[in-house]
Design a protein around this ligand. Sequence first.
Ligand code: SF4
Ligand code: SF4
Ligand code: FES
Length: 321
Amino acid sequence: MEKRKVTFRIRRFNPKKDSQPYYQEYEVEVVKGMTILEALQFIKDNIDPTLSFRAFCRSAICGSCSVKINGYPKLACKTQVFGELEVYKTDILTIEPIDNMEVIRDLIVNWDSAIEKMEKMRPYLIPDPEVVPKTLDEECKVYPNELKKFDRFTDCILCTTCYSVCGIVKVDSNYGGPFPLARVYRFAVDPRDALKKERAKIGYTFDMWNCVRCEKCADVCPKHVAPVNGIMKLRGLSIDIGLKNNPGARHVAAFYKSLLESGMLNEVLLPLRTKGIKGVLENLPMGIKMILKGKAHSPIMKPIAEHEGLRKVMKAAMEVE
Ligand code: SF4
Ligand code: SF4
Ligand code: FES
């Protein structure tokens, strides 16, 4: 069986005795197929019993073992050591706790802030009495076309990996975060739910329009949930129920209007349509620079040649949604 000596450089921190986190190195002989979690367990059982990390199922189900491996968050129980050595072309792996949450000890972080926020967003079924039977003798059917709308989001295992990479979570303490907001969407389109689209108001309260669509949450999710897609759809539902009076919704509407009018983005009218006169004044210095450098176009744009075809595609896409 193939073996390799690997150095695990692990970030240690015990708030009861350490003033600062520090890195400790452990050399382990790793066999092919060993996971990062098995390596951590080996260190704890054979080298240093004080090493602390969290894990339960060892099967990528409970969502408790997410750690940063050479800076990238992954489930320790799902990630093989040899695979990481191949990716980074190294025999040294740095293991650290995930970001955006307080470190309790070594690799264990405190999920409370994320989970408390999620609880406030009521991400559970509130049965619609018109749809859900009162007794267990009757079935409540969810048809495949209905399930398709939220199926992907039910795969979330609450590992908080997406939450740990989100830059908006870092700067906006009211922001719901990727997986909680995706859960709000999941119930908003469940035909058995009493609140349905009204759930978009919850997303609105928890700053869903602040998501910058960087897609980092989708990139790191070990279950391929792509929470950002749920957030985008929740935004759509909020517009459907008339929550349009905010810069985010107006920005989307301005993009859409601009493409319908000419097939091109009208950057001159975009600030006016999104933020009104305030937006124009904010963008005035850049606008003047653009005019002086000959980069600004006229606010009245001539439609592109394929404009009619584009309008048809846009309208068809809206109907599919
Ligand atoms: S969406 Fe993915 S990364 Fe985020 S908590 Fe759920 S499973 Fe983890
Ligand atoms: S796409 Fe949105 S929710 Fe996801 S990480 Fe980026 S800002 Fe956060
Ligand atoms: S130990 Fe449960 S997901 Fe890794």
